[in-house]
Design a protein. Structure first.
Length: 451
């Protein structure tokens, strides 16, 4: 009996000892797990803090692209026999964007025009009887064209606020040099409208009906009627002469496009623009309103080997005769034309080309587009009051040329343009009209690049 009791005691003691050892091992394991979890958590927190500290320099949130144009121009003008041939570093545009998150991003555009900035003179022989214009640029400008915040407020809706592009006209959409065939910006729109055209304000844009329709609605700063002229209609009413734009009258723009085809680059649509440009004059020298009302319809097609686009626009200036009279008396230091202003302007253009290189090489990524372009525009299509219609400003131009896409983003362009004016040549001996329309012929070539 004594031996049995001793055996049971030993077995109980061994059991207790085993449980104690197992408990100790379990506790050690728990401590090790806790220690590892704390270390991992601490490392993760440090990582998050580090990411927050370097997020401004996270280049994955930035995007950068742009384009540039350099051209040569050879002139043969009836209207200016002494016009010199020129080489122009026309533009270098850089687009810099930053994505804060999935619903907010910043977008900007910086443009370098004609090579730099400084004070220069420009000789205008067309409107100001050979006067020199002083401009604050050394052949060009450096400026922020766009700088805005873009909010995603729905699946297919964006809200933009800041300095925005005005999506009125076809050239405002097809503004990269690989979007149009000519060496310089499309002629008709460039003579009538500001290109590029950017204003401060708010824009709502988006798509609907399975993304087939795209719209733009904007409320922005408007035009200044003191810059309107015979040659360029409202173009120079774009407020750039002063540090800040007058905002006594806002402008309203709306556009609607229908997309078709399979390339994603085919659409047709309409747009309208309204603004009282008298209210934004530098001085309160005009009590009457001068509403600018413009409408346009456009189409563009770029699929397979064919590309073409066309636009027609018509505009009206209220009280254009009063605008003309007021502009004639503004100070010359304002740097505006001070010429009569047409009540109505009419413009039409067509541009088309076809890639012929695929006939000879089916695998190449290069493209060769022979093209033709026609422009018609009259900035004094109708006048009112005592303003006299000057036939000089009814113009039509036929341009023929070739675009060679060396790479998808590198284009060599060459063209010849024949512009015919509504005015007649004058015999230098008799000083009588010859009956022959004046011509302005231009040969140009250049290189463009997009990246």
């Amino acid at each position: 009996m004594k031996y049995v009791f001793a055996s049971v005691s030993l077995m109980f003691a061994a059991s207790v000892s085993a449980q104690t050892t197992e408990e100790i091992e379990r506790q050690k394991l728990k401590e090790e797990i806790k220690k590892e979890l704390k270390a991992e958590l601490k490392a993760e927190v440090k990582k998050e803090i580090a990411m927050e500290n370097i997020s401004v320099f996270n280049w994955g949130k930035f995007d950068l692209n742009g384009y540039g144009v350099v051209n040569y121009y050879g002139y043969d003008y009836d209207t200016d026999k002494n016009l010199k041939n020129k080489v122009d570093a026309e533009r270098l545009n850089l687009y810099l964007g930053y994505k804060y998150n999935n619903w907010l991003r910043f977008q900007s555009e910086i443009e370098f025009e004609h090579g730099g900035t400084g004070a220069t003179l420009d000789l205008d022989t067309q409107e100001e009887f050979g006067e020199y214009e002083s401009e604050i640029e050394a052949g060009g400008e450096v400026k922020f064209e766009q700088a805005f915040l873009e909010f995603t407020i729905g699946k297919n809706t964006l809200l933009r606020t800041g300095k925005l592009k005005i999506y009125f006209g076809l050239a405002q959409s097809l503004d990269d040099p690989d979007d149009y065939f000519t060496t310089h910006r499309p002629e008709m729109e460039n003579e009538l409208l500001p290109l590029g055209w950017y204003e401060k304000g708010v824009e709502l844009t988006g798509t609907f009906l399975k993304n087939k329709f795209e719209y733009h609605v904007a409320i922005t700063t408007g035009l200044d009627a003191s810059g309107f002229s015979s040659r360029n209609w409202i173009k120079d009413g774009y407020q750039q002469r002063f540090e800040m734009a007058n905002a006594e009258s806002f402008a309203y723009m709306a556009r609607l496009d229908y997309k078709f085809g399979t390339s994603g680059r085919n659409y047709f649509g309409v747009a309208g623009y309204v603004n009282d440009a008298a209210a934004n004059r530098p001085k309160n020298d005009m009590k009457e309103s001068a509403y600018v009302k413009i409408g346009e319809a456009h189409i563009t097609y770029d699929q397979n080997y064919m590309r073409f686009n066309s636009i027609i626009l018509y505009g009206d200036i209220e009280n254009s005769d009063i605008v003309s009279r007021k502009n004639a008396s503004v100070a010359s230091s304002l740097g505006v034309k001070r010429t009569p202003v047409g009540k109505n302007a009419l413009g039409f253009s067509f541009e088309g080309g076809y890639d012929i290189l695929h006939f000879f090489n089916h695998t190449t990524k290069q493209r060769v587009y022979p093209f033709v372009r026609y422009d018609y525009y009259d900035t004094m299509q109708n006048v009112e009051g005592a303003v006299v219609d000057n036939p000089r400003w009814e113009r039509s131009a036929i341009t023929e040329g070739v675009n060679w896409f060396i790479l998808p983003g590198v284009i060599f362009k060459i063209q010849y343009s024949n512009r015919r004016l509504g005015s007649q040549n004058v015999n230098p001996t008799t000083l009588l009209y010859t009956g022959e329309k004046q011509k302005e012929n231009t040969f140009s070539t250049g290189i463009s690049y997009v990246f």
